[in-house]
Design a protein around this ligand. Structure first.
Ligand SMILES: [Zn+2]
Ligand SMILES: [Zn+2]
Length: 357
């Protein structure tokens, strides 16, 4: 190495050492300059007029590094609705900067824990991040009154602390907690309109998650665009009926072969609890191939699989999870992950995807 090159390298190294030693100060400067942009940004408004679905939770009850508990946020005009409120959903909505304080309502498909265990966090952040003056409506089949009452009681100390500390500017007591808005669970062949405002109509229909009842899915229609969400179900002819010709079907998916492997592994290590759970859960969910058959039967134009069970952890596992799907369904398919946003511009046929993180 010649002398000149040596000196250049030495100077560069010294510079890097100085930058590294000052990294704390540098980060604070960057945060100082960037924070106003982050706080003022409104990615939801930038999506434009259409029906938008942000995946705030693509997973089931088991931990998956890319998939939190079931949660979909629908943005359509002035409407902001969450379907199911699984663990981690509120954090993902904040990470996507979709304005958790602007949420109008939560719809629940059923009352399994992995669909409701993020409710407290959603209600608290919606209330205290935007000083909401009315409680979060939770729209679901009858029974939701009990769920909401329990959460409200559990959060009573917290809401009082926050009001006492921050006052009405942040935490007005009139907006604390949630309010249940139950509807009679529809029978097969029937539907119930649960939301109809600002050009968005949401229809609930029965799905089959027995022995869990009630269990419903939802169809969203907005300015010529449509979406159906399965909730938890086995393959359902009723879902196919109410999802007719939708632009996009979000369907739950559980890979039976992978769960059977889990069952055998649990037996081999002498864990009867996990073995029994793995044995039981296959009878009230839908395989990826059956979800694809439903999409084909309904004439759905795009299939997005969510509520993915088991977690996708190993390299190549996603391909194994989706094996056979393309043989039964011609349209595009997506194995969803947290942070994905599907945008259906009003009165068009386009489906655009982007990453909200
Ligand atoms: Zn369930
Ligand atoms: Zn579930």
């Amino acid at each position: 190495m010649n002398r000149k090159r040596f000196i250049t390298l030495a100077v560069l190294l010294a510079l890097l050492v100085v930058i590294y030693s000052q990294r704390g100060t540098l980060v604070m400067t960057i945060m100082d300059r960037g924070m106003p942009t982050i706080l003022a940004g409104d990615p939801a408004a930038e999506l434009g007029d259409g029906l938008h679905i942000a995946v705030c939770g693509a997973g089931g009850p088991m931990p998956d590094p890319k998939r939190s508990g079931a949660c979909l946020m629908i943005i359509a005009g002035e409407n902001r609705i969450i379907v199911d409120s699984g663990s981690g959903g509120a954090r993902n909505i904040n990470r996507m900067r979709l304005g958790i304080g602007t949420i109008d309502a939560v719809l629940l498909t059923h009352f399994h824990s992995d669909h409701i265990d993020g409710l407290g966090e959603v209600a608290t952040l919606r209330w205290a991040s935007a000083a909401n003056i009315s409680p979060l409506p939770v729209i679901a089949p009858q029974g939701v009154e009990t769920v909401v009452e329990g959460f409200n009681r559990s959060y009573n100390f917290d809401t009082q602390y926050r009001h006492d500390h921050h006052g009405d500017t942040v935490a007005p007591l009139s907006g604390k907690g949630m309010v249940a808005q139950p509807f009679p669970a529809p029978e097969g062949g029937e539907s119930v309109i649960v939301w109809d405002q600002d050009d968005l109509k949401v229809t609930a229909f029965e799905v089959d998650h027995k022995p869990v009842t009630p269990a419903v899915g939802y169809r969203f229609d907005y300015r010529g665009r449509s979406l159906a969400i399965s909730g938890d179900t086995i393959r359902s002819a009723n879902l196919e009926h109410f999802s007719r010709d939708v632009d996009i079907l979000f369907h739950e998916a559980l890979n039976m072969e992978m769960i059977n492997t889990m069952n055998k592994s649990a037996q081999s290590i002498g864990n009867p609890v996990i073995a029994k759970v793995a044995y039981d859960i296959v009878d009230y969910h839908t395989s990826p191939v059956d979800a694809a058959k439903s999409a084909a039967a309904a004439g759905a134009k795009h299939l997005a699989l969510y509520h993915i069970v088991p977690p996708i952890i190993f390299p190549g596992q996603a391909a194994a999870f989706m094996a056979g799907v393309n043989q039964v369904y011609d349209g595009p398919t997506t194995l969803t992950e947290d942070g994905m946003i599907f945008s259906l511009p009003a009165n068009s046929t386009a489906i655009n995807t982007s990453n909200g993180f």
